[in-house]
Design a protein. Structure first.
Length: 206
């Protein structure tokens, strides 16, 4: 059940990346965020209630709420046209807590690939904090690309492998994920320089 939810986490991250890149309608994206947010609140609730006294299952399920409340929050803010600064500060909370889940996956659950994936998510929600909480709007294009890419790398592809039985908790996958993040997200920074410069000029002109 959690793997199905992960698939749709990938979908909504991809959609939100397109939204940041100006390729999606905000109100339409808001509805999709509400759908996935509801799924990501119902799923961990069911998993926790049916986990019995298994602390590992409860631990794994509890992290899903971080995503569910993010998407519900984003969906409501977009539909209502509200200021999104509190989404930014909630994202700071998620970014910090995600580091704890990364540690738990590495050391308690012995799942190195998801230890790295939680680092991906910490980085992404940290970017949301900088973009929305600190109002660094010149980063919009960079954050949009990171969000869209993470939708596939941390959501769709792992979910597909898990659902088909091909996912392996190996150190090699963890290393490959880490290397991909450093190379791709590092390369995106200079590639999006022009968009940051244009945003700064527009901000100064206004």
């Amino acid at each position: 059940m959690a793997n199905v939810g992960l698939l749709f986490v990938g979908a909504v991250l991809f959609m939100n990346g397109l939204l940041l890149l100006g390729k999606a309608d905000p109100r339409s994206a808001a509805v999709f965020n509400l759908f996935i947010g509801a799924l990501q609140v119902l799923t961990p609730t069911y998993l926790i209630f049916t986990a019995g006294n298994d602390p590992d299952k409860i631990l794994s399920a509890s992290g899903i709420y971080l995503f569910g409340f993010t998407y519900l929050y984003v969906g409501i803010v977009l539909l209502a046209g509200m200021d999104n600064i509190c989404v930014g500060y909630y994202s700071l909370f998620v970014a910090v807590v995600a580091l704890g889940y990364s540690f738990a996956n590495f050391h308690l659950l012995k799942d190195n690939p998801f230890g790295v994936i939680w680092l991906y998510w910490s980085f992404l929600w940290g970017l949301f904090f900088v973009l929305f909480g600190l109002r660094r709007t010149e980063l919009t294009v960079y954050v949009g690309w990171v969000t869209a890419i993470e939708g596939w790398i941390t959501g769709v592809i792992p979910a597909a492998l898990l659902l088909s039985g091909y996912w392996k908790h190996t150190t090699e996958i963890a290393i490959a994920l880490g290397a991909f993040a450093v190379v791709v997200f590092g390369a995106l920074w200079p590639l999006t320089r022009k968009s940051r410069q244009a945003a700064r000029i527009a901000g100064q002109a206004s």
